[in-house]
Design a protein around this ligand. Structure first.
Ligand SMILES: N[C@@H](CCC(=O)N[C@@H](CS)C(=O)NCC(=O)O)C(=O)O
Length: 193
């Protein structure tokens, strides 16, 4: 049986939960910021990040690697190079929002755009979100495959954590409003934790 380790709020873990919504698996709650969990579970995972997937003797970490493993195991459609770039953009934007959140939680003034670290993150958010918004208009996010799942998890997490005002991008806003009504999205909603 597949075993997925992760927390409910993590947008990266949620991607894998959505991928596995029709696949029998165990979901094991693992708060990566809990000292005991860090010592036990992460003995197998030197990246010290969730999600982590275990399939018998195979241990995998990083949502993108987990997707590729599941794609091969279940013979799902592989991503095109254009889709790989969309997912890379989503990952970069998501990582920037994590940096901003962690900085705020560490007592830093993450709204200070004059400091290099935050200037870089806000620049990436502006460019990245605008490019994802255009990609929707160009029909690059249709259906419900891995790129759409990653985009939805990013947008819903940004809204949930109040990290970015997605309403400035009408196509992203519409995409989020449509998919938040999906059954699988509702069942993995971090607000119900
Ligand atoms: N590239 C990784 C990113 C995963 C990630 O950043 N996970 C966060 C939780 S949302 C984490 O485990 N953070 C722990 C840390 O940074 O120490 C992936 O796609 O799985």
């Amino acid at each position: 049986m597949l075993k997925l380790y992760g927390s409910i709020p993590s947008p990266f873990v949620r991607r894998v939960r959505l991928l596995l919504c029709n696949v029998t698996h165990d979901f094991i709650l693992a708060d990566i910021y809990d000292d005991e969990i860090r010592q036990q579970v992460m003995k197998q995972n030197p990246s010290m990040k969730i999600p982590m997937l275990i399939d018998d003797d195979v241990v995998l970490y990083d949502s993108g690697v987990i997707f590729r493993y599941l794609q091969q195991k279940f013979n799902w459609q592989p991503l095109s190079w254009a889709q790989e770039n969309l997912v890379t953009t989503i990952n970069a934007v998501n990582d920037s929002l994590v940096t901003i959140l962690m900085s705020s939680r560490s007592g830093l003034d993450s709204s200070d755009r004059s400091s290099l670290i935050f200037k870089l993150q806000y620049e990436r958010l502006d460019i990245g979100f605008a490019s994802l918004d255009s990609a929707i208009v160009e029909g690059k996010f249709e259906g419900w495959g891995y790129p759409e799942i990653c985009l939805y998890c990013l947008l819903d997490w940004a809204v949930f954590r109040e990290l970015y005002d997605i309403s400035q991008h009408s196509n992203l806003m519409q995409f989020w409003q449509i998919h938040r009504q999906d059954k699988a999205a509702e069942m993995t909603d971090p607000r119900d934790e």
